[in-house]
Design a protein around this ligand. Sequence first.
Ligand code: F6R
Length: 363
Amino acid sequence: EKGNYRHFMEKEIHDQPEGCQHTIAAYIDPIAGRARMAGDVDFAALDRIQIVACGTSYIAGLVGKYLIEKLADLPVDIEIASEFRYREPALRPGALAIAMSQSGETADTLAALRLCQAKGLKTAAVVNAQESTMAREVDVVWPIHCGPEIGVASTKAFTAQVSVLTALAVAAARARGRIDAAEEQRLVRILLEAPRLIAESIGLEDAVKAVAVDIAKARDVLYLGRGPMSALALEGALKLKEISYIHAEGYAAGELKHGPIALVDEHTPIIVLAPYDSYYEKSASNMSEVMARGGQVVFITDPEGAKHAPAGAKVVMTAPASDPLISPLVMSAPIQLLAYHVAVLKGADVDQPRNLAKSVTVE
Ligand code: F6R
């Protein structure tokens, strides 16, 4: 049920603090201050992780790659399932294959998973639908517990998938001797803060609505970020494309000079995602470069980032401050809300965008 909301997508964006709380409750022991991943996976013995997925689930996996490699020093390969299944990937049984899928039925992801199984890999699925084909076929199921997602554009499933991979990164870091008990407790405390901070960042909705008026007039929109924010840049662009039908591209900000900067002029809104983290200075300098070429920047940052922001951004949006462990979760709502409000302004069918299906069971 939509309750007081106009669309399922709007409701599902607002459901995220609670959804994330449910997800975290399943993967965190708050008393012991430990992350717990059910199932018999020996993270210390793994050579690597192979993630396969499509669309938004793929982007959640990309965020996971940043966190898992950084915290656990465990190599993560990630590939779009429709590519992976038709090439001849070099797979070894020492790897764990993880399928990311809201529906658990996506044909390409399922085929990629079966390919991994055939090569002798242990398999896991991070899914919402616990009765799904993927959930039935894998060795380990890691449900995302965010409740049914009805809107075709994925929102709460994304943050729930990222939450699971964040817990996984912490659990793997412990298993691999990269963090001690005190550090694990510290990380767990940070993760437990995520639902409250997501709620705060949803509070940016009025500011986002105001920006949406300009974005709705654009022909092309660029999204930029570094590190995990480069993944969120892809997600922001995907959301905008699929529900508002505006052409959008997400780029790792450092790649700008290698082509996309040629697109920048005064008609191109550029959404820059940059919390005040180790990537901030670099992202801020890319932002200055696009502003020097007339680019109209919407800067989504946090209080410290807003304080140090280069002059000239058209709009600065200040999300709550958060540890880099959870900033992908906290920074998601503004880009989801932006796509949503632009689509509403354009009169698009937000929950049923043209040409798209909720579950892609054909290749
Ligand atoms: C985007 C979106 C799609 C899905 C993709 C994978 O908003 O919803 O890109 O993420 O079709 O679907 P699942 O996660 O069900 O495998």
